[in-house]
Ligand binder design. Structure first.
Ligand SMILES: Nc1ncnc2c1ncn2[C@@H]1O[C@H](COP(=O)(O)OP(=O)(O)OP(=O)(O)O)[C@@H](O)[C@H]1O
Ligand SMILES: [Mg+2]
Length: 229
């Protein structure tokens, strides 16, 4: 069986020569379909760097990344773009919604890139937003929504093309505890319904609820533990 995600000896550094600054050091990591993984570690330890490599928005300096058994380094730009669009949904700390677009249009965006026709994508966007409890906020712009509502729009957008993997980088970092726990409940229920969820968090309580916890320190995985079955 091949893993959904396999990192083999991944290193990432910034800068060249004397100025080279190693960030990730010999990261070895396998993630199976359907896992719920929390990534914890101090600020600056390399969590976002790792997430960006997993999400194929950045590339490792050395080592191998196999996605569904295929080496990512061998994929063309076109293939990478397609995987980012269809296979991976991103949720960020700062929501990253487009301010000029309303909630419905923000959720439609990945479906435009995926070539889904307008009537179908509007219907799906509205359904996803309803699932997120935002049926009555479809034509609100991000600035007209609370932080928790914006993050739920961002989750709906991440789900637009029904990707098997959700990558969430501090999705509760800008939310109060009620809105944050709503977001975590949504991510947990997505995982229950089969999505692979990889979640960066500073919150010990949230991390302790994950079935698998990976701790990063100074660019290295120093702990990888599982609870339950
Ligand atoms: N583009 C870049 N150029 C140079 N250094 C960078 C770049 N991006 C990140 N770094 C450095 O890499 C290190 C890891 O950054 P990263 O964003 O991965 O940390 P993090 O674990 O996500 O931290 P936080 O919890 O604060 O979000 C930091 O020391 C940062 O300064
Ligand atoms: Mg970060």
């Amino acid at each position: 069986m091949s893993f959904m995600i396999e990192l083999i000896g991944i290193n990432k550094s910034y800068g060249k020569g004397k100025n080279e600054l190693p960030i990730l050091k010999n990261i070895n990591l396998k993630i199976e379909e359907g896992e719920y993984v929390a990534v914890v570690g101090p600020s600056g330890s390399g969590k976002t760097t790792l997430m960006n490599i997993l999400g194929m928005i950045d590339v490792a300096t050395s080592g191998e990344y196999l996605f569904e058994g295929r080496p990512v380094s061998k994929l063309t730009e076109r293939e990478l773009a397609k995987i980012r669009n269809r296979k991976i949904g991103f949720v960020f700390q700062s929501f990253n919604l487009i301010p000029e677009l309303n909630a419905l249009e923000n959720v439609e965006l990945p479906m435009i890139y995926a070539g889904i026709k307008p009537s179908e994508r509007k219907k799906r966007a509205a359904e996803l937003l309803s699932l997120m409890g935002l049926a009555d906020r479809l034509s609100h712009r991000p600035s007209q929504l609370s932080g928790g509502q914006q993050q739920r729009v961002a989750i709906a957008r991440a789900l637009a093309t029904d990707p098997p993997i959700i990558l969430a980088d501090e999705p509760t970092g800008n939310l109060d505890s009620k809105a944050g726990s709503d977001v975590i409940n949504i991510l947990e229920s997505l995982n229950t319904r089969g999505k692979t969820v990889i979640l960066i968090t500073h919150d010990r309580e949230i991390a302790s609820r994950a079935r698998r916890r990976i701790e990063i320190r100074d660019g290295m995985i120093i702990r990888d533990e599982r609870t339950g079955v």
